[in-house]
Write a protein that binds this ligand. Structure first.
Ligand SMILES: Nc1ncnc2c1ncn2[C@@H]1O[C@H](COP(=O)(O)OP(=O)(O)OP(=O)(O)O)[C@@H](O)[C@H]1O
Length: 258
């Protein structure tokens, strides 16, 4: 099977610090693939390299069989890669609905002139976008809050809104950077079921960074483990759980990866 995302020898240094060094792995279509590792291991840097926000120092990254190095992040997004951020990035001064609508409008193909004049084709498109945005909000349980300001949402709901906004781009690959951060245990379990449901519903592939090890072990088909920027192990959850390098990386605490 052709992989949807493939990394070969990917490295990135910041001055003298090697944040990511010679990392390679492939993600297959439909997989939920986890990226774990201790603090500062290079996980978010790797997401930034994959989504084009940070240029690589060396290596190759291909998405859907195309080399994406040097392609601007919005173009990579347009190819079908969407992401969320560790520090939630919403348009906080905009409504919940507009947060989901904005990326859809960006990708909608209407002539600027007909938009400005409010011509019928454009109005019909606006309606379709609004309906689709409301549908996505319904999916994440936020339809009743469509008119609220994004900044007024509690933390867990802001995380869900970020996911709805990412889905608005109709991605093939969804990158989730610590989506369970700040959630309680019940919310984490809910999120896990939600991500599985999203995969099926949208025919998605998911790459997820997560610190909560029980969540990733239960959720992911395969995992890659980073430590000091290096890939120290990859495989199915059971293989990773029993890998001595992984146990050592988590300070020798076998319970941390149990
Ligand atoms: N823009 C930057 N400039 C300099 N150093 C950076 C930059 N971005 C990341 N780093 C460094 O690269 C290393 C990897 O950081 P990164 O945020 O990718 O790790 P992480 O695994 O995502 O950590 P965490 O789990 O704490 O979020 C860290 O030592 C960090 O300080």
């Amino acid at each position: 099977m052709n992989s949807i995302l493939s990394l070969e020898g990917v490295s990135r240094s910041f001055g003298g610090l090697m944040a990511v060094g010679d990392v390679g792995f492939s993600v297959q279509p439909g997989e939920i693939f986890g990226l774990i590792g201790p603090n500062g291991a290079g996980k978010t840097t790797l997401f930034n390299l994959i989504s084009g926000l940070t240029p690589v120092s060396a290596g190759r990254i291909s998405f859907l069989g195309k080399d994406i190095l040097g392609i601007a992040p919005h173009k990579v997004a347009g190819m079908g890669m969407a992401r969320t951020f560790q520090n939630i990035r919403l348009f906080s001064g905009m409504s919940v609905l507009d947060n989901v609508r904005a990326p859809m409008q960006t990708f909608a193909r209407t002539g600027l002139l007909s938009d400005l004049l409010g011509l019928p084709a454009s109005r019909a498109q606006e309606r379709r976008i609004r309906d689709k945005a409301l549908e996505l909000l319904g999916l994440v349980g936020l339809e009743s809050k469509a008119r609220d300001l994004a900044s007024s949402l509690p933390y867990g709901e802001r995380r869900r809104l970020e996911i709805a906004r990412a889905l608005a781009l109709r991605p093939k690959l969804l990158l989730l950077d610590e989506p369970a951060a700040g959630l309680n245990l019940a919310e984490k379990a809910e999120l896990s079921a939600f991500i599985r449901d999203l995969r099926t519903r949208f025919d998605l592939t998911v790459l997820i960074i997560e610190h909560h090890v029980p969540l990733v072990m239960g959720l992911c088909d395969r995992l890659a483990v980073l430590n000091f920027g290096r890939l120290i192990c990859q495989g199915k959850p059971d293989e990773v759980r029993n890998d001595q390098c992984v146990i050592d990386a988590y300070l020798g605490d076998s319970h941390a990866v149990a």
